[in-house]
Design a protein around this ligand. Structure first.
Ligand code: NAD
Length: 259
């Protein structure tokens, strides 16, 4: 790693899993830049990180815009001199039968969930190569990276793609000391699941809250996942303890999928 305090960017960190990851990395001793399309939520997480005694600032950027992603990394390097960890967490869900998916739907979800992950990987790797000290690139995959879920077909396709990018990038970037891994959460109680519950319910004839409950009932450990459950694992992926792991998309789901 480059000299000085380790530095991370977490995308989509204004709320949910990204926020929990950012706070956890700060607790682990890192300075953390908070990216989101929503500047207001990003800034509130920046305040939480500063209260932990770490440095932070917010960058409003859309991960599906390659130029904005590269500018974000440049801004971080100008202010902090280095980038050691990139967590490509930003993502969206889409609930629709595949037969109803439009070209616009496909473009929107692939632009964010796949192109966004690749742009963050490109921008981070370019900087990490210059530093000559390696680095860690970590992306949000899902249990839907291993199993295509009904009514989440496009979402599942994007998360399978994240696994593919992770495997290929690990092989291309190993020569620079950069590891590339992904985390696969299960059923996490965030606003993303509020949306899935609301939109999926009518297709399944289930009232509000019952779709989340039905999915939660399938979890071996018997409870839904918290953003902190995910953050604990990402903490490991961001730490030197995971130095011998690369190209992996690992389930952290309480036992939903057994791969
Ligand atoms: P969330 O919807 O609660 O939060 C996502 C955040 O990303 C929001 O703050 C949003 O403003 C931001 N965002 C959206 N589009 C963006 C863009 N183009 N550029 C920058 N920021 C953007 O979602 P979450 O549940 O916290 O999920 C985080 C990640 O974890 C996603 O990639 C998601 O697919 C993945 N995941 C979530 C679950 C779950 O159960 N919630 C399960 C598996 C995987």
């Amino acid at each position: 790693m480059a000299s000085g305090q380790r530095m991370a960017i977490v995308t989509g960190a204004g709320r949910g899993i990204g926020r929990a990851i950012a706070l956890r990395l700060a607790q682990d001793g890192m300075n953390v830049v908070i990216n989101d399309v929503n500047l207001g939520t990003a800034e509130s997480v920046v305040n939480e990180i500063r209260e932990l005694g770490r440095e932070s600032f917010a960058v409003k950027a859309d991960v599906s815009n390659r130029r904005e992603v590269f500018e974000m990394v440049n801004q971080v390097v100008e202010r902090f001199g280095q980038l050691d960890v990139m967590v490509s967490n930003a993502g969206i869900a889409q609930i629709k039968p595949l037969l109803e998916v439009t070209q616009e739907d496909l473009e929107q979800i692939f632009n964010i969930n796949v192109n966004g992950v690749l742009f963050c990987l490109q921008a981070a790797a370019e900087q990490m190569k210059k530093q000559e000290g390696g680095g860690k690139i970590i992306s949000a995959a899902s249990i839907a990276s291993y199993k295509g879920f009904s009514l989440l077909g496009t979402y599942s396709a994007t998360k399978f793609a994240v696994r593919g990018i992770t495997q290929a990038a690990a092989q291309e970037l190993a020569q620079f000391g950069i590891t590339v891994n992904a985390y696969c959460p299960g059923i996490v109680g965030t606003q993303m699941w509020d949306l899935i519950d609301e939109k999926m319910g009518p297709y399944m004839n289930l009232p509000k809250g019952e779709t989340f409950k039905k999915f939660t009932d399938s979890i071996t450990l018997g409870r839904s996942e918290t953003p902190e459950d995910v953050a604990k694992f990402v903490s490991y992926l961001a730490s030197p303890d995971s130095d011998y792991m690369t190209g992996q998309s690992i389930m952290i789901d309480g036992g939903v999928i057994f791969s």
